[in-house]
Design a binder for this molecule. Structure first.
Ligand code: ARG
Length: 252
């Protein structure tokens, strides 16, 4: 009787182990089989923006080539910039790709691919602005895109009370044009695109901060991170990434 109980207990334990193992191995490479779902915020030319109803740009095209290499179909979700990291953390999306700067704070929340591009934070002002250098920004009203590094640095350096946070870069530039803010701090390439699209604006000669852009992943999904890194390496080595960058950046 005692033995039977022991055997039963052992059998039960073994069953539990199998059940757990089965659950553990269920996890697949991506959230939805066969798809690579990229979260972005498509108000950020030339990295991601709309051409008609299609999201195009450097990030969109690089992601397309990565998906091809992985045998997956790319799907792009256009969401608020500050929803990208939470969405990747909760496995709603496979990866975040949005001209996103690698920072220590973000590295605590998600893992990053190797860097595929460099960014610089710059200052956009009106052509006739009295602001000529970074020192002139003290006490001025600064417009930024909410939760971007421009927002974080400006709030640190010039005081949160002087920083107006807009949902996206377009709206920040509208704020500058309408005189609601005295300048906009944002990444250099989008800044060039905004200045080109809006008369009467210019970019200050002095740049504010240098950064690396990378793709973000759920910390648990090291398999996807490794596969994307391997694909990215090949695409950088064979010149595909540079070709995409040239297409969008020299075309401006
Ligand atoms: N590089 C900046 C950051 O990581 C801004 C990125 C904004 N990207 C976008 N797609 N709206 O914070």
């Amino acid at each position: 009787m005692k033995n039977l109980k022991k055997i039963l207990a052992l059998a039960l334990a073994a069953l539990c182990v199998f059940a757990f193992a089965a659950c553990g191995s269920k996890s697949s490479l991506t959230v939805e089989q066969g798809k690579l779902i990229m979260a972005t915020n498509a108000t950020f030319p030339p990295y991601e923006f709309y051409e008609g109803d299609k999201i195009v740009g450097i990030d969109a095209e690089i992601a397309g080539l990565i998906a091809d290499k992985l045998g997956l179909t790319l799907e792009i979700a256009d969401i608020e910039f500050d929803s990208i990291i939470p969405g990747v953390q909760s496995n709603k999306y496979d990866m975040g790709m949005a001209g996103m700067t690698v920072t220590e704070e973000r590295k605590a929340m998600v893992s990053f691919s190797d860097s595929y591009a460099k960014g610089v934070q710059v200052v956009i002002v009106k052509e006739d602005s009295a602001i000529v250098s970074l020192d002139d920004l003290k006490g001025k009203k600064i417009g930024v895109q909410q939760s971007t590094t421009g927002d974080i640095y400006a709030s640190d350096d010039f005081g949160e009370e002087n920083v107006t946070k807009y949902a996206n870069g377009n709206l920040a530039v509208e704020g500058l044009k309408g005189g609601k803010v005295d300048c906009v701090i944002i990444d250099n390439e989008p800044a060039k695109a905004y200045v080109k699209a809006n008369a009467g604006l210019k970019i200050l000669e002095t740049s504010y901060a240098d950064e690396d852009y990378a793709i973000s992943f759920n910390k648990q999904n090291t398999e996807l991170q490794e596969k994307v890194n391997a694909a990215l390496k090949e695409l950088i080595a064979d010149g595909s990434v540079q070709k995409i960058v040239d297409k969008y950046i020299s075309a401006q």
